[in-house]
Design a protein around this ligand. Structure first.
Ligand SMILES: [Cu+2]
Length: 479
């Protein structure tokens, strides 16, 4: 009898405990619903170019963040003597690092510099909403646009341009990282850096000097000429290496813009103590190489125990030694022979055979057309690289924004005027096929031959009047 009572008692205690446990669980879930976090006050956060990251959020409450980002299309250097026109968010590749915390309300203004040639937009993987913001942020040169979103999920996220042709915009450098820190911030460390891998495709071979245009076919074939950290070969080498002191903890925010390749991110001579897998909340420990998908990221953390130069690579190793995916972390301080007692070569690291990689010779000459048919063929290429993004694939344009080139009465009425528009740009009201347009077309930097070819292609397609435009006609209008 006595035994019976005590068993009943134990049973009821267990039931109460179970109820309490379930109640506290449901309570906890409610407490972290980020959509209900109230913001207090406004903040214009610091944005940084790589490899710098902004100051940690720490304990600050959720706020309204005012973010201003300017898109700049500008020439840069891929490697000695090789120039490239980069399209950038904020003037760097990768674009400006954005640091937020969960529950922030971001008011995002995207500005497309008037000297730019193309419309752009932004898709932030940290955004919950159509296109990650892309649908609300399409912006033509000389315009700006504002949209807002709330950060609901902590993690490290990629942002990128998503304007057609999307692959081309990403391949030209239009990507970056946005960090959403959890409540109370990430644990403090001594050093933080911003690194992002990307693959690049040029008309010339790796190392071929001159201003190298983007090569669409190589990009489609995923046949990269350059695979680099932070937009160029050597961005993190020699004097540009990232640094730390023995005993410090290091956190790397590592992203992969792609457009095509997956990164096997590895630091030669280090083991990652902790990795936020894919930039999310799951932590892996004691990792040698972490896989970073195109359009993905990872946060890697480790303590540096011995001095020396540690080499950052994509462990798909030909990319590191032959295509540029190689950076350096220089660690200074006291040696610890119990951890590592080898022969050390201070600061010298010879990527094997770099000199063998540069090809002699000139940048490819622009091919010369000898017939109207050839002009149409070469012009099609120029159209799909330069005009396509605004005037669209079949020359149909976008009503109210970009006038049609297909069956265009305006185009067919005056060939000299059309040449002039391509050479010098056009602003002010025009009427095309009965519809009014009052927008800006920026001047295109094309040679006479290229202007002739692209216009011949347009005139000989989509129901236009089959005019052949020659370089001589272009030269005449130029005068
Ligand atoms: Cu773009």
């Amino acid at each position: 009898m006595k035994k019976q009572i005590s068993q009943n008692r134990i049973f009821s205690i267990l039931v109460v405990a179970a109820i309490l446990f379930l109640w506290s669980c449901s309570k906890q879930e409610k407490a972290v619903d980020p959509a209900s976090i109230q913001v207090s006050g406004e903040l214009k956060p610091e944005l940084t170019a790589p490899p710098k990251v902004p100051f940690p959020v720490g304990n600050r409450p959720a706020k309204k963040l005012i973010i201003d980002m300017e898109i700049l299309e500008q020439e840069g250097e891929m490697v000695n003597g090789v120039k490239y026109i980069y399209w950038t968010f904020g003037g760097s590749v990768p674009g400006s690092f954005i640091r937020t915390r969960i529950g922030d309300e971001v008011e995002f203004t995207l500005k497309n510099h008037p000297d730019n040639k193309l419309p752009h937009n932004i898709d932030l993987h940290a955004v919950t909403g159509p296109g990650g913001g892309a649908e609300s942020s399409f912006v033509a040169p000389g315009h700006e646009i504002t949209f807002s979103f709330k950060t609901l999920n902590p993690g490290l996220y990629v942002y990128h341009c998503a304007t057609a042709p999307v692959g081309m915009h990403i391949a030209n450098g239009m990507y970056g990282l946005i960090l959403v820190e959890p409540e109370g911030g990430l644990a403090p460390v001594d050093k933080e850096y911003y690194i992002m891998q990307g693959d690049f495709y040029t008309k010339g071979a790796h190392g071929q000097p001159g201003l190298q245009p983007f090569d669409m076919q190589k990009a489609v074939d995923e046949n990269a000429d350059y695979v680099v950290f932070n937009g160029k070969v050597g961005a993190l080498n020699g004097d540009n290496a990232i640094t730390a002191k023995v005993g410090e903890t290091v956190r790397l925010f590592v992203g992969n813009g792609g457009p095509n390749l997956v990164s096997s991110f590895h630091v030669i001579g280090e083991i990652f103590d902790r990795v936020h897998i894919e930039g999310g909340s799951a932590i892996n420990e004691n990792v040698q190489t972490t896989l970073i998908p195109a359009g993905g990221a990872a946060i890697v953390e480790f303590k540096v125990d011995v001095p020396g130069t540690f080499i950052l690579v994509d462990h798909s190793i030909f990319r590191a030694f032959n295509k540029g995916a190689l950076g350096m972390l220089k660690v200074q301080g006291e040696e610890d022979k119990t951890i590592y007692s080898g022969k050390k070569q201070e600061g010298i690291y010879n990527p094997e055979g770099r000199a063998l990689q540069s090809m002699p010779g000139e940048a490819p000459a622009i091919p010369t057309a000898t017939s109207a048919a050839e002009r149409v063929k070469l012009g099609k290429q120029i159209y799909s690289q330069t005009c396509f993004a605004c005037h669209q694939g079949e020359g149909q344009g976008i009503p109210g924004v970009f006038p049609p080139l297909a069956n265009s009465d305006y185009l067919n009425a005056d060939v000299d005027r059309a040449i002039d528009i391509v050479l010098h740009g056009k602003t002010g009201e025009i009427t095309v096929n009965g519809e009014k347009y009052n927008s800006v077309m920026t001047a295109q930097t094309l040679s006479d031959e290229e202007v002739a070819n692209v216009l011949t292609f347009i005139y000989n397609n989509w129901g236009n009047n089959k005019t052949e435009v020659t370089p001589q006609m272009v030269a005449k209008v130029k005068k």
